[in-house]
Design a protein around this ligand. Structure first.
Ligand SMILES: Cc1ncc(COP(=O)(O)O)c(C=O)c1O
Length: 405
């Protein structure tokens, strides 16, 4: 069976993790700090903090910004549950909007319609690694009309003076937007290093801070660190340093526990060091898929490049022309029968109990449903061989034709 997305674990990773395990320091420490610095320089953003997941990163940022009950946060209906859950954890209301026709990403026109005086943040999601329309979103939140609606109730909100744009960039490390690396084009962008992502630390995430100059990002970094470690005024490394009195610390708020360990950062440093080669192979795989499906009228290829943007080549999401949900599911069964694993990204949130039971209705998001019902995601990873790709494309073409013709 060709797996869907196995992690690229090899001797280099084993050695680097081994070194950390034997170093005497395995939790947040020098490796994590090094990984943060290297990420900030790769992305070209002001500061990066690494945590144990993208979910934790998004929630900490919303809490830092003071998002709470009575506030609204705009998100796409077409995303992973994490995007909505972090808003709900803060007690705020996720306002779901439909996606655009041209790709799987949030529609800027729909964002505009959904903004109210309660809107505190927008979380666009770079589905499959293809960046959202950030220039348009940034212009929208900075416009006089939208700024005049904004009513701040925290110091951070007053300092920003407008809606916060936090990209859910879980899929899009290495993507580019107008020549810049994605992650540096919104106030905040949050990457995921979960096991199936382009760049993994087994579990993990990074918050890229790109807030306007009037924010002291070193101070924001410090505050997020405190929140990530129970609200402790010092982390374990600072407490362990020699010198009388270093053991004493304060707890300044009831914080969370979501720091990244040096064991994870050691994996991340290897992954980041070889990331360009990883991206190049992903680019090749997309090209091979495109070529194989070029003359297949029933297979709609994904958008991964435009004049402004280039994907991180995270997910190759095809759609089967005119397929119903049941036909798509049958195609998937037949692909699996040919020893190939595929997946579906995503079930729009209004299909899922947690959101359905809170009143979200699939019928309100027709574009999300029409994209979901015939979507199939094919394997993309560095170690996929050309032989594997041949098997996959044959399996997909056979399955599509056998169900649809
Ligand atoms: C779009 C999206 N957002 C957020 C996340 C959450 O990432 P993590 O598992 O690192 O919290 C994921 C994870 O798959 C995702 O696909």
């Amino acid at each position: 069976m060709i797996p869907f997305s196995p992690p690229r674990m090899d001797q280099q990773i084993v050695e680097e993790v081994g070194k950390v395990l034997l170093s005497g320091w395995i939790t947040t420490g020098p490796r994590t700090k090094e990984f943060e610095k290297r990420l900030a320089s790769y992305i070209g953003c002001r500061k990066v903090i690494c945590l144990n997941s993208a979910t934790a990163g998004m929630e900490l940022v919303l809490r830092w910004f003071g998002v709470k009950e009575g506030d609204e946060v705009i998100i796409p209906a077409y995303t992973y549950c994490s995007t909505a859950n972090v808003v709900m954890h803060c007690g705020a209301t996720p306002v779901m909007v439909d996606i655009d026709e041209k790709d799987f990403n949030i529609s800027v026109a729909n964002i505009k319609k959904a903004i109210t005086s309660k809107t505190k943040a927008i979380i666009p999601v770079d589905i499959s690694g293809f960046p959202c329309d950030y220039e348009e979103i940034n212009e929208l939140v900075a416009s006089k009309e939208i700024k005049s609606l904004f009513s701040p109730h925290s110091d951070e909100q007053a300092t920003l003076g407008r809606i916060l744009v936090m990209a859910d960039a879980a899929h899009s490390i290495g993507a580019s937007y107008q020549g810049k690396i994605n992650g540096s084009v919104t106030d905040v962008a949050v990457f995921s290093f979960h096991a199936v992502k382009n760049l993994t630390t087994a579990e993990g995430g990074a918050v890229c801070l790109n807030l306007p100059e009037r924010f002291d990002v070193d101070e924001v970094y410090r505050l997020l660190n405190v929140k990530s470690l129970h609200g402790q005024s010092k982390d374990a490394l600072a407490k362990a340093k020699a010198g009388g009195g270093n053991w004493r610390y304060d707890v300044v708020e009831p914080g969370y526990k979501c720091n990244m360990m040096d064991i994870q950062a050691a994996i991340g440093l290897v992954e980041l060091g070889r990331y360009e080669s990883n991206l190049n192979r992903r680019r090749e795989i997309f090209a091979i898929y495109n070529q194989a499906f070029e003359n297949e009228d029933l297979i709609i290829q994904p958008t991964f490049k435009s004049d402004k943007k280039e994907s991180s080549y995270h997910l190759y999401m095809i759609r089967v022309k005119n397929a119903t949900e049941a036909q798509r599911d049958e195609i998937i069964n037949r692909i699996f029968e040919q020893q190939v694993s595929v997946n579906v990204h995503f079930q729009p949130l209004p299909l899922l109990t947690a959101y359905k039971s809170r009143g979200f209705k699939m019928a309100d998001y027709p574009m999300a449903f029409s994209k979901y019902q015939n979507e199939i995601t094919l394997p993309v990873y560095f170690n996929l061989t050309d032989d594997n790709l041949n098997t996959i494309t044959n399996a997909v073409i056979n399955a599509v034709n056998s169900v649809m013709c």
